[in-house]
Design a binder for this molecule. Structure first.
Ligand code: NDP
Length: 483
């Protein structure tokens, strides 16, 4: 298997290599085989990328919104036309089953390009009458944005950041996670083919130090990170030193609350999707599943029944529903949490064994009898580990659900819609679901409260985070100076 790109980086419209950068080995998580070898960006590559982005941005901003939008929408069409190849690559880059990547990765990137492409022409300021005088506002780009991505949705993250940035007239330097360096390069190629100027969307590879170099770079105007809360705190601090704009999409430990009157099948389906999709490597997962005591036994029984039927295997097989973890390191982290769950007294209701095959596979895990103070109920695991916590009353579950520093997502399953809205209203979470879980269409804002982040991705809300207002006061009357 060979997925070797022409070179490690895509800068100023072309592939470019600098073999002095630290090596990056890209492996297929389903068998550990190396599929590409790249190099981390050297300081020279970082400089080149930022410089070319600056030059492209000054040209790009001279185009009308309609022209900019057309490029993005063309890129969306190209992505859709090549969805199978892009999904095949994404499956090798991440280990996620083709069954998922074919419908949730490149296609979701295309949605973002199409949506923000459509909005680009409508990004205007306003006219403000002030008697005989008046003022107007202009919505102007921020300049050059850095995008720093996590490894769970590499194509989607590149597009969720790139599309609104470019629609607003910015350029971007994007750094994927070193675990999944391949697919963002394809997005950069496609944007050029769609008519974007060279340098508008650059991809440079690297470890955390390259992300840090971008966050600190004096010619970067905004940093958008998808990553852990710990990395977010570091990146936010260095961006603050340069007074840069930020978007922080960070981790979660989200509650999914199932009341006695919920539809059992829907609630079980929501819990499965919200814990095991992408082998549990989803930031908004509802990993603390609070189940009311009256439905708990039936819920657990059906949950185990449906979990035991999940088809785990080679992610290239379209029948496969669950693939490996992204890396040996992530598998080790998940194993550590499974051991902690057992040691701290949770009941292992299902799974948790390693699977006897090459690659970074683990069975999905259901822990029941989980208490709020156990490590598995407090820390983000980022793997297929679901915790079932029992509750009695609405007030009790709201207090327990909110007892975390994180606030990315929350879900409620109930057939009492008044209660659904009442409970959601009291949950400290940025992205909420009623009788559903983890839907993220581009039309709706996505992001977290508390330590889960700053700013929102997707929807019109993202425009606020990739542009700023310039106000112009126009005096039509004489200046009345008291001097
Ligand atoms: P990390 O926080 O480890 O890394 C995120 C990115 O930041 C990587 O590209 C990483 O590079 C880079 N990075 C690391 N250190 C620094 C630094 N000091 N300065 C600048 N950049 C740095 O997260 P993971 O990649 O492990 O992804 C998992 C995390 O991402 C989870 O916590 C998850 O919840 C969160 N996430 C949040 C989402 C959201 O939208 N809210 C969506 C998806 C994931 P490198 O990998 O080379 O270290």
């Amino acid at each position: 298997m060979n997925f070797q790109p022409k070179a490690s980086h895509f800068v100023n419209g072309a592939y470019i290599e600098d073999a002095n950068g630290a090596p990056i080995s890209c492996v297929f998580p389903a068998n550990g085989e190396e599929i590409a070898r790249l190099h981390s960006a050297t300081p020279e590559i970082v400089e080149l990328a930022v410089k070319s982005a600056r030059a492209a941005q000054t040209q790009w901003t001279k185009h009308t919104g309609t022209e900019r939008g057309r490029v993005l929408r063309r890129a969306a069409d190209l992505i859709r036309a090549r969805n199978h190849d892009l999904s095949w690559l994404e499956t090798h880059d991440t280990g996620k089953p083709l069954q998922e990547t074919i419908c949730a990765d490149a296609t979701s990137g295309a949605d973002a390009l199409e949506y923000f492409g459509g909005l680009a022409a409508s990004l205007t300021g306003e006219h403000i009458p002030l008697g005989e005088d008046w003022a107007y506002t202009k919505r102007v780009p921020l300049g050059v944005c850095a995008g720093i991505g996590a490894w769970n949705y590499p194509t989607q993250i590149a597009c969720w950041k790139g599309a609104p940035a470019l629609a607003c007239g910015n350029a971007m330097v994007f750094k994927p996670s070193e675990f999944t360096p391949l697919s963002a390069l394809k997005i950069a190629e496609i944007l050029i083919e769609a008519g974007a100027p060279a340098g508008l969307f650059n991809v440079i590879q690297g470890y955390g130090d390259v992300g840090a170099a971008l966050a600190q770079h004096p010619d970067i105007d905004k940093v958008s990170l998808t990553g852990s809360a710990a990395t977010g705190a570091k990146v936010y601090a260095s961006a603050a030193a340069g007074m840069k704009h930020v978007t922080m999409e960070l981790g979660g430990k989200s509650p999914l609350i199932v009341f006695d009157d919920a539809s059992l099948e829907d609630a079980v389906g929501g819990a499965l999707l919200g814990n095991f999709y992408s082998t549990g490597q989803v930031c908004s997962n509802g990993t603390r599943v609070f189940v009311q005591s009256g439905i708990k036994d039936r819920f657990l029984e059906r949950l185990i029944e449906r979990t035991s039927k999940i088809i785990i295997g080679d992610p290239r097989d379209e029948e496969t529903q669950m693939g490996p973890m992204v890396s040996a390191r992530q598998l080790e982290i998940v194993e550590g949490y499974i051991a902690k769950g057992k040691a701290e007294g949770a009941t292992l209701a299902y799974g948790g064994a390693l699977i006897d095959r090459d690659g970074f596979f683990v069975q999905p895990v259901i822990f029941s009898d989980v208490h709020d103070d156990m490590t598995i109920a407090r820390e983000e695991i980022f793997g297929p580990v679901m915790s079932i916590l029992e509750f009695e009353t609405e007030d009790e579950v709201i207090a327990r659900a909110n007892d975390t520093e994180l606030g990315l997502a929350a879900g409620v399953f109930t057939s009492d819609l008044t209660r659904a809205h009442r409970v959601i209203d009291r949950l400290d979470a940025g992205t909420c679901f009623i009788n559903s879980y983890n839907d993220a269409p581009v039309e709706i804002p996505f992001g977290g409260m508390k330590k889960s982040g700053v700013g929102r991705e997707n929807s019109k809300a993202a425009i606020e985070h990739y542009s700023q207002l310039k106000t112009v006061f126009v005096r039509m009357t004489p200046v009345e100076a008291p001097y």
